[in-house]
Design a protein around this ligand. Structure first.
Ligand code: AMP
Ligand code: MN
Ligand code: MN
Ligand code: MN
Length: 291
């Protein structure tokens, strides 16, 4: 057991959000664990999109590096016409309840990807589905990120971000709307597997302040318990904004890099600022879970 400072949980280096080759990351669970440990992470979670298939390997690797492991997942959700992500932390990932739900969310991805490819063909870019498949580590989980990597390789764009801006976001030629899990479903699957539902990177959604209030209220009503405050997808101003919302709503604060790979991610594993003062870290009462 690591000797962590549970009296001041803010000092624990927790990174509770990242992706492996089991979804749209470029490193394997073992490579991520090694990188996290080298960067001083003490408590680590792998949160692949709609998929728990990498968690057993991640758990073994985390233990070998002396890190506490938090089994996680990031569920894709459609809420009032917006795509949102809900992270589940501390899930019993061997439980079939969550796996069934996640399998249903994953099931439309291949058809969506083929439609994206057909749409891109119409603007003169052919064979993108086959090209994207070369980047896929898990055949059940083809994502827009794999398309983006392939289009960079083809020289259509210089970087992944540019592919999203020009082709893969609403209104752009390769964007195909998709119906993911509902918010109640995602929260319930996480609760059913004894996990803690957390709103991922709230600053990334195109919601008005009133819609964000509404989301948080509904989320709490369904049993949600946390919100990401310090994440690789937030600006410093957003750290402050969501720290305020965390305090106001009673949702506990989470922290995670959302690392996808050395070439693409702005924030490295474990290299995030601490949560702002006053926030209650979602891990503040986890000592007993690890004892
Ligand atoms: P999907 O689940 O297939 O819709 O893909 C969503 C993933 O695309 C996210 O988890 C990010 O990894 C990535 N993504 C979304 N928007 C952007 C963006 N603007 N720039 C780079 N990556 C993005
Ligand atoms: Mn992703
Ligand atoms: Mn996300
Ligand atoms: Mn993520």
């Amino acid at each position: 057991m690591l000797d962590l400072n549970w009296n001041d949980p803010h000092l624990i280096n927790a990174d509770l959000h990242c992706h492996s080759t089991t979804s749209d990351g470029t490193l394997t669970p073992e490579e991520l664990a090694a990188r996290a440990a080298a960067n001083g992470v003490q408590m680590w979670s792998l949160t692949d999109h709609d998929e728990v298939g990498g968690l057993a390997r991640a758990e073994a690797a985390a233990k070998a590096h002396g890190m506490l492991f938090v089994p996680g997942v990031e569920v894709s959700v459609t809420w009032m016409g917006n795509t949102l992500h809900i992270v589940g932390l501390m899930i019993d990932y061997r439980d079939s309840a969550i796996e069934q739900g996640l399998a249903s969310v994953r099931s439309g991805r291949t058809e969506r990807a083929m439609e994206m490819s057909r749409q891109l063909e119409k603007v003169g870019i052919e064979g993108v589905y086959e090209g994207a498949l070369k980047y896929v580590g898990n055949p059940a989980l083809i994502s827009r990120t794999h398309f983006a990597r392939h289009l960079v390789e083809r020289g259509v764009c210089l970087e992944v971000r540019e592919v999203f801006e020009r082709f893969l976001t609403p209104g752009k030629p390769g964007y195909v709307p998709h119906e993911w899990a509902s918010l109640p479903q995602a929260v319930q699957w996480i609760l059913d597997s004894n996990g803690l539902p957390v709103i991922a990177h709230p600053g990334r959604y195109s919601l008005s302040p009133m819609q964000m209030d509404e989301l948080i209220e509904q989320f709490i009503g369904l049993g949600g318990v946390g919100i990401e405050v310090v994440t690789g997808s937030h600006t410093v101003d957003e750290y402050r904004e969501y720290a305020r919302r965390s305090l106001r709503s009673g949702l506990k604060a989470s922290r995670g890099s959302d690392f996808h790979g050395p070439e693409e991610s702005r924030v490295n594993l474990g290299e995030l600022p601490q949560l702002p003062d006053g926030c209650v870290p979602i891990w503040d009462n986890w000592a007993k879970r690890f004892s």
